[in-house]
Write a protein that binds this ligand. Structure first.
Ligand SMILES: *Cc1c(COP(=O)(O)O)cnc(C)c1O
Length: 230
C-alpha cells in the first residue's frame, strides 16, 4: 500500500477527531464520506483496506463503472452530484444513498425506479442554503414539501439534509451559515422520525461544519489529493 494514502487518511481522521473534541462532540457521531470522484477504483480499494466503507460519486457513468469494478467489496455508495432526469434509473438502482435530491420530479422518479429487491434508498435533500443562482439544491422553503413527498414513499427513507455553503472569509461568517443550516436540520428532525444526517463540510471547511453540528463530512482532496479533471 502507498504510505501516502495511509498518512492522508490518518490526517483526515485526526482533523475530524480534533474538531469534535474542540466542541465537545463524540467523534463517533460524525461519519466520513470519502469522495472518490475522478479517482480510480484502486484508490477506493486502498481506503477500504484502511477501514473506510462509505464513498461518494458525482458522475453517474464513472460511478457505475467503479461500482461494477468493486463488486467484491462491501461498500456504501452515495450519489452527491447534480441529478438529471434521464439518470435517475441508474442512480436509484445502483446507489445506497442519494444526497442531492432537490425537486419533486426527482423524488418521484427515484421512488418509482427503486428496484423491488433493494432496501429503501436513503435520501438527503440538498438545500441551496445561500440561494446562489446556478447552484444545485432547493430553497429553504422547499424543504418541507420535498420531505413530505419522500416520507410518503415506502422505498425511500428520508435521512436529512446536504448543503455546500459558499466559501466565506473569516470563521464567524462561515459559522453563521452552518448555524442556519443546522437550524433547518433541527426543524426537519422535529417533523420526521429517522432524520439523523446533516451532510456538510468538505476538505476546506470540515472543522466549521463539525462545530455547527454536521454528522457527515464529504472529503475528497484531503484524502486522495487534487483532482486532475473537474
Ligand atoms: C467534490 C465534492 C466534495 C469533496 O470536495 P473536496 O473539497 O475535494 O473535499 C464534497 N461534496 C460534493 C457535493 C462534491 O461534489
Amino acid at each position: 500500500m502507498n504510505p501516502k494514502h495511509q498518512e492522508k487518511f490518518d490526517q483526515v481522521i485526526e482533523r475530524m477527531t480534533a474538531a469534535c473534541r474542540a466542541c465537545g462532540r463524540n467523534p463517533g457521531d460524525v461519519r466520513l464520506l470519502a469522495v472518490s470522484k475522478t479517482h480510480p477504483a484502486e484508490a477506493v480499494r486502498t481506503l477500504y483496506a484502511l477501514g473506510q466503507r462509505a464513498f461518494g460519486e458525482s458522475y453517474v457513468d464513472e460511478a457505475v463503472q467503479k461500482i461494477d469494478a468493486l463488486g467484491d467489496l462491501e461498500l456504501e455508495w452515495h450519489y452527491i452530484g447534480p441529478i438529471q432526469s434521464n439518470k435517475t434509473r441508474q442512480i436509484s438502482a445502483r446507489f445506497d444513498w442519494v444526497q442531492s435530491v432537490d425537486r419533486l420530479k426527482i423524488v418521484r422518479r427515484l421512488a418509482d425506479q427503486r428496484p423491488a429487491d433493494r432496501p429503501p434508498l436513503n435520501v438527503l435533500i440538498q438545500v441551496n442554503i445561500d440561494d446562489e443562482p446556478q447552484k444545485a439544491g432547493c430553497r429553504s422553503d422547499e424543504v418541507d414539501p420535498l420531505a413530505a413527498e419522500i416520507a410518503a414513499r415506502d422505498n425511500l427513507r428520508l435521512r436529512g439534509l446536504m448543503a455546500i455553503p459558499a466559501p466565506r472569509e473569516g470563521a464567524s461568517a462561515q459559522q453563521q451559515v452552518f448555524d442556519r443550516l443546522f437550524a433547518l436540520y433541527r426543524h426537519l428532525q422535529s417533523g420526521h422520525t429517522g432524520v439523523d444526517t446533516l451532510s456538510a463540510g468538505m476538505t476546506a471547511d470540515l472543522e466549521a461544519a463539525i462545530a455547527a453540528g454536521s454528522t457527515m463530512v464529504r472529503v475528497g482532496t484531503a484524502l486522495f489529493g487534487a483532482r486532475t479533471t473537474v
